[in-house]
Design a protein around this ligand. Structure first.
Ligand SMILES: Cc1cn([C@H]2C[C@H](O)[C@@H](COP(=O)(O)OP(=O)(O)O[C@H]3O[C@@H](C)C(=O)[C@@H](O)[C@H]3O)O2)c(=O)[nH]c1=O
Length: 178
């Protein structure tokens, strides 16, 4: 596993190990001793995946304290345009974002610390997004900001956004607790 820094402190790209042979490939997406060695959290509590049609935008989401958490995300099928926005008010990169394409054909993980809003756009039909978090889902701490309020250059297509996500406040109107 290789750790690559991004422009946002504490947010890393992780290049996992893949073993390919004539049958296909095996990719290790979590290895506790290696995560520890790299200085990453290992106390993950929950994991789920979602399946999205092409054009689906999910986000930008985060859980606020006391149930804020680290996310470790990847794409298991298809590809997604994945974005992280720094909403830590004392951070020198507050309001800035990091984006990358996560594609199952080139296994990559994104490690996202607390204090970051996260979202993605499904670039293909049936993209599968995998998320592992250090606290369980907490509806009372589940929060977000509008996907199109952070100056992100989303790939152009017909977007499909949930009613909940359309009603999120803009970044400039959000009073961040981080
Ligand atoms: C995220 C989540 C949702 N749910 C439920 C709530 C709701 O009924 C249904 C769908 O929830 P949502 O619309 O919030 O799902 P979704 O928009 O896919 O939410 C996810 O978006 C991406 C961008 C993230 O970063 C994740 O942390 C998470 O917030 O699933 C859980 O029970 N557990 C969970 O962990």
């Amino acid at each position: 596993m290789e750790l690559i820094e991004t422009n946002l402190k504490g947010c890393f790209v992780i290049q996992p190990k893949t073993f390919s042979d004539s049958r296909g490939a095996l990719t290790k997406v979590f290895h506790s001793p290696t995560f520890k060695e790299l200085g990453l959290r290992v106390d993950f509590q929950e994991e789920y995946y979602s399946v999205s049609s092409k054009g689906v935008v999910r986000g930008l989401h985060f859980q606020v304290p006391p149930d804020d958490h680290v996310k470790c995300v990847s794409c298991l099928n298809g590809s997604i345009f994945d974005v992280v926005v720094d909403i830590r008010t004392s951070s020198p990169t507050f309001g800035q974002h990091y984006s990358t394409v996560l594609d199952h054909r080139n296994p990559t993980l994104l490690y996202i610390p607390p204090g970051m809003a996260h979202g993605f756009l499904s670039l293909e039909e049936g993209s599968i997004f995998l998320n592992r978090t250090t606290t369980v889902f907490s509806p009372s701490c589940d929060s977000g900001i509008r996907w199109d309020s952070c100056g992100i250059d989303w790939p152009e297509m017909e977007y499909i956004v949930s009613e909940k996500d359309q009603k999120m406040p803009a970044l400039e109107d959000y009073n961040s607790p981080f």
